[in-house]
Design a protein around this ligand. Structure first.
Ligand code: SAM
Length: 269
């Protein structure tokens, strides 16, 4: 499989983060859940699959408005955490690129910040399409590109300036789907129609001190890169990022724009 080493490191990273995710990464990712639920027209009685559920927040929110929600994730610790947090929902270990569900079995599916991590996002869109009933809606969220994102611009600007990327396992471009034209094209190729893009003005909130240490726990891709760097390169990256983030500090807290958007479409009847 292409990107095998990258996928193994992503799985290991997310599995290790189940315990800290709620107080850290979820502070940013949950900001897109309302737009996802509007995009899939979440309502009482529909059956919804939350793909890459993590600790289950999107499934929990769909359940709260009366849908019958299930969640899948490839990280067993995430599934254990989701099952503890939302005990009456069905969560199971599964792969977004090979969903363990029959064709046409859900009224809606969503994926909150999963596409960023896939070895082949087009396959995941095809799988979401397959498991939807005709007329069903699918929505996914994705981060805006470093050019449009104060947070990712500064973080990946410093990494690409100082890191030796040839030491890092080959990986797909995390920001390929930050191009909304590409998203429309990929959704259309998967078979979706009525494709809509909804901007989400997400913000990273955290303590002003120790941004970089916290971000290395927030993210999985950044530590995959950083583990392979020399001490000198790592120090240069940390110094540059710490200085850049000072601009966003107020009252001991950081509020750093990291915009995102939701892409959605309908499986034709
Ligand atoms: C950034 S987290 C998003 C979690 C959650 N959706 C949320 O709302 O915060 C990405 C999640 O995708 C999962 N993931 C990544 N690749 C996957 C794959 N191929 N199949 C299933 N889950 C995957 C990870 O284990 C992780 O829980």
């Amino acid at each position: 499989m292409a990107f095998e080493e990258f996928r193994a490191q992503e799985l290991e990273g997310w599995d290790e983060r189940a315990g800290t995710y709620e107080g850290l990464t979820a502070r940013a990712t949950t900001q897109a859940i309302p737009a996802l639920l509007v995009s899939i027209r979440a309502r009482v009685g529909i059956k919804v699959l939350d793909i890459c559920t993590g600790p289950g927040f999107a499934a929990g929110a769909a359940d709260a408005i009366g849908a019958t929600a299930e969640g899948i994730d490839f990280a067993p610790s995430m599934i254990a955490t989701a099952s503890t947090r939302f005990p009456r929902l069905d969560f199971r270990v599964g792969d977004a690129l090979a969903l363990d569900a029959p064709d046409a079995s859900y009224h809606a599916a969503l994926c909150n910040f999963g596409v960023f991590h896939f070895t082949d996002p087009g396959v995941a869109l095809g799988e979401a399409f397959r498991v939807l009933k005709p007329g069903g809606r699918y929505a996914f969220s994705q981060w805006a590109s470093p050019k449009e994102s104060a947070l990712f611009g500064r973080v990946f600007g410093a990494i690409l300036k100082h890191a030796d990327m040839s030491r890092v396992p080959p990986s797909p471009d995390a920001f390929a789907y930050s191009d909304t034209k590409k998203c429309r094209q990929a959704m259309s190729e998967a078979g979706f129609r009525e494709i809509e893009i909804t901007p989400v003005p997400s913000i990273y909130h955290g303590p002003a001190d120790g941004f970089w240490a916290e971000f290395l726990q927030f993210s999985v891709r950044a530590p995959i890169i950083m583990r392979q760097q020399t001490q000198e390169a790592a120090a240069a990256i940390e110094t540059e990022i710490t200085a850049a983030m000072a601009e966003f500090a107020q009252g001991g807290m950081l509020a750093i724009p990291m915009p995102s958007f939701v892409v959605s479409g309908v499986k034709p009847e």
